[in-house]
Design a protein. Sequence first.
Lengths: 322, 335
Amino acid sequence: MTDATAPRAVAAAAPPATRARGPWRDVWDQFRTHKGALIAGLFLVAITLFAALGPWLWQIDPNALNVRNKDVRPIYTALWDAGAKVSWSHPLGTDQLGRDLLANLIQGGRISLAVGWAAMALSVVLGTLIGVLAGYFKRLDGPLMRFTDLMLALPLLPLLLVMMLLFRDSLRAAFGPETGIFILIVVVIAVTSWMHMARIVRGDVLALKEREFVLAARSIGTPPRRIITRHILPNVLSPIMVSATLGLASAIITESALSFLGLGFPSDFPTWGKLLFDAVDRMADFPERVIWPGLCISLTVLAVNYIGDGLRDALDPRIRGR
Amino acid sequence: MLTFVFRRLLLSIPTLLVIGLVVFLLLDLAPGDPLANQPLSIPPEVREQMRAALGLDKPVYVQFFLWLYQFFVVEPLVLIDRTFGTAFAADQVRILSWQFRSPVMDVIWQRMPQTLWVVGMAYLVGVLIAIPIGIISAVRQYSIFDQIGTLISMIGFSVPTFFTGVLLIVIFSVNLGWLPSIYDTQLVVNDWASFWQQVRQMIMPVAVLALFNASQISRYMRASMLDNLTQDYVRTARAKGVRENAVVMRHVLRNSLIPVVTVIALGVPTIFGGAIITEQVFKVNGIGQLLISAIQNNDIPMVQTLTFIFAVLIVLFNLIADVLYGLLDPRIRYD
């Protein structure tokens, strides 16, 4: 008994300054004070869970046709229109082929979020790699930055559309319709969005490279690879994280814009943008089919942007603790 | 300054050439056959002749240099001919659209006014809204106005334009019936009634794009004002007894506008590029819509020329932004 309490007493008696308080703790404390970011974070978790766990909770096949139950209105329409065709088995209604909107929203969310995360991750890897290489190795700086400037001068949306059209058929043939388009969209979005990240990272690496701790590491013979992974990368993590959140938001928007322009996933493969696009023709009679997917996209992107805002404040040591 | 501009102009030539080449090679890879829409009953040898007529049998580099020649020599000559009534380009072949069978530049010229009116107006409105909002948000930081402004601008650049556009159509065209949902490009403005109709059909697309532009620019404006408000010269001015109004409007505003002006200049190419999605939503047949239809119909000369024009505009306005920065801010020297 005494053995168990003794260390605890020692720990409690120790002054708080000696307790290890990691930098991430400070970041979290600052992040928590940003109400909008906190709510946004909860929302993002909620909608991710909704998409991830949805198919187990709501077991209707999103592609199941049900002509008898087509054009069902959402359940809340009964509040003001008693004659509306509503049904508890389809709380958000069905489309003109009787496909359940809720199941489609879940399935669409899975794909939209997966595309967003994957494209963001790939673009972070590309941007960080090019930024670090250009910032750290002087010989690579010129060519890589000229290349980045060139990419920035390209009109991106047109090129995105052209690339979608170009590689669609060959990737479809290689990986099957769904995986092929998924790979294509992720790669195309990532390839057209890494440039800002690379520029930010390069600037930070250039400044860090001249600092004393890097010099010290180099003077004891640390190879460049180790300097980059041990000393440089942890220090450029915060700008990378902030622009990664913005990248996630823009990847989700780009994917839905591609779907909206009819150049995204194949037609029986719902994403939020695709659901919205398919519903536009009949939005006069069935506005809910436009509004729900649109709300999903907008709220997710809004949440991600708010998280980015909160992260920027939380990771900036000048603001932190104010 | 002049040497800087000159050097940048020279440097932009290889950039543009490489961009032109990249776009050309990308399009050359395109699997789509421009003759895919022709009937299958055409005999193969005739099909070959048709391909030859489009110049498709030549090697890629010949096609590329031909396009460059047409873009940089023939089209300017045509422009000179049109303005001065000369006939330099009388027997030259212009860049022909495969889709419309007419010169690409003529089609672009027809589509330009719609895009400039709608997208340009939206940009202007956006800037005019954004600057006062940015100023007030910064001066009254963390006030109710600032909080609401922040929320609205967050919404503005989070909600994609295809959703705001569709939402506005559902509310104002379908439910209320106040505004037309389709932009009528045939409309000729010649009296008050048609002018009013033009205004009504422009309200929604302009509002959608203006919200998007304003939300971005107002964030820049606010950040830039906040940066300047904590500077020493502001404290000096206040200590001298300059009225707060004059401090903000004369001292801080002028300095804060420098980075914002360059941001505004950098956004101008998007006006010409047309807001592809907004034009699609409201069925404005401007440049963006032209590009989409060209991509869908494998109209390679059109896509090539349009993308290249966008690239030229981006490079040009990057240069203009840099020059403006140097002109407005005497601390920046480009020598």
